[in-house]
Design a protein around this ligand. Structure first.
Ligand SMILES: [Zn+2]
Length: 105
């Protein structure tokens, strides 16, 4: 199993899992029931993790999740943290995992 990324919320995580499943990529969403009533778990531990059964599906999975470039939104693309390897949504300017600043703003 290969942890692809952590979704910012359960709905988006489930959406990603559906996309991958429809594309024939075996995947699993974990922690999806943690939100709400998870009082003792730190917030950054609550997001659903998206796992791939096969690490070699990573590139295809990321393409599916990122989708076609949306030029109307103007928010840019996902970016990759140089420090810890986390993938971040474009609206974040620093890494939620390790706090590093976005390398290419
Ligand atoms: Zn990081």
């Amino acid at each position: 199993m290969f942890r692809l990324m952590r979704a910012p919320d359960v709905m988006l995580g489930q959406h990603w899992a559906n996309l991958l499943t429809q594309a024939g990529i075996p995947c699993h969403l974990t922690n999806r029931y943690m939100q709400g009533g998870a009082g003792e778990i730190p917030v950054d531990q609550c997001g659903p993790d998206l796992w791939l059964e096969n690490a070699h599906d990573k590139i295809a999975a990321m393409r599916l999740i990122e989708g076609p470039a949306d030029t109307t939104a103007g928010t840019g693309f996902k970016w990759h943290c140089d420090q810890c390897g986390e993938w971040l949504e474009p609206q974040f300017t620093s890494c939620w995992q390790c706090g590093a600043a976005q390398p290419h703003p």
